[in-house]
Write a protein that binds this ligand. Structure first.
Ligand SMILES: [Zn+2]
Length: 243
């Protein structure tokens, strides 16, 4: 037995955005659900937005508390839900997260390749057409920045399928290049496995978020700017759909 929260249902079922489920437990302003289409956040990906409803009462979901039993969904008043709970994820916001997350992998892949294995130090997704990805890098020349941008846009044009599979955590640790973040590794799951996201014939890395099903579902990218965030940290500001 373990106290780790289970992998979010949304990670394996990113196409399910509406679901009706029974509550495991309730308290004022919150309901615990064993299964939920909401991604609770993590790995730089923001928590999903959306609503829950019961007996004609509709509330926006404003937060989550992952537990070993399931996911607490929080809303902003003291009501206590009863009966079946209808969950609805905001599809536009989820799409934005999947697009930014997939592009983050492409940027990561290009930087890892072009900068001799440079590692990720942070991802900041946003509710806009701009987001940022940080890397452990001392310096980025203008032509290197263009090379990263070109590599990302080429991968988008190539329409590469994005798939995921599980492998034993220890095997993943022993395989070069699967852990791409400098100081945080995705957690070992309760079953001892870890999820690997594969962009066909381009990139593989451990990740627990939601992604597009193919790179061509992302809009073209511009790297708007690279900011110095410390001597050994560079922040790539990414613009989507700006061409
Ligand atoms: Zn990912």
């Amino acid at each position: 037995m373990t106290d780790l929260p289970p992998r979010p249902f949304a990670v394996d079922h990113p196409d399910v955005l509406d679901l009706e489920v029974a509550a495991l437990e309730t308290r004022p302003g919150a309901v615990l659900l064993a299964q939920s289409p909401f991604y609770p956040g993590g790995g730089g990906q923001l928590p999903d937005r959306g609503s829950l409803a019961w007996n004609g009462v509709v509330r926006d979901v404003i937060g989550f508390e992952p537990t070993a039993a399931g996911l607490w969904h929080l809303f902003g008043d003291d009501a206590v839900p009863t009966g079946a709970i209808t969950l609805r994820v905001d599809p536009a916001f989820r799409q934005r997260m999947c697009e930014q997350h997939t592009v983050a992998h492409l940027v990561n892949s290009a930087v890892y390749t072009l900068f001799d294995g440079a590692l990720l130090t942070g991802v900041r997704m946003t509710d806009s057409d701009e987001f940022s990805v940080d890397f452990d890098l001392p310096k980025v020349a203008p032509e290197q920045l263009r090379a990263v941008e070109d590599a990302v846009n080429a991968a988008i044009s190539d329409d590469r399928p994005v798939r995921a599979f599980d492998m034993p955590y220890d095997d993943a640790q022993a395989t070069a290049g699967l852990f791409r973040a400098k100081s945080v590794a995705p957690p070992r799951q309760a079953n001892g496995l870890i999820r690997i996201v594969d962009i066909e014939a381009l990139d593989r890395q451990a990740c627990g978020g939601t992604h597009l099903i193919s790179t061509a579902k992302a809009r073209r990218v511009r790297i708007l700017k690279v900011d110095n965030k410390g001597r050994q940290n560079r922040r790539f500001r990414i613009g989507l759909g700006s061409d």
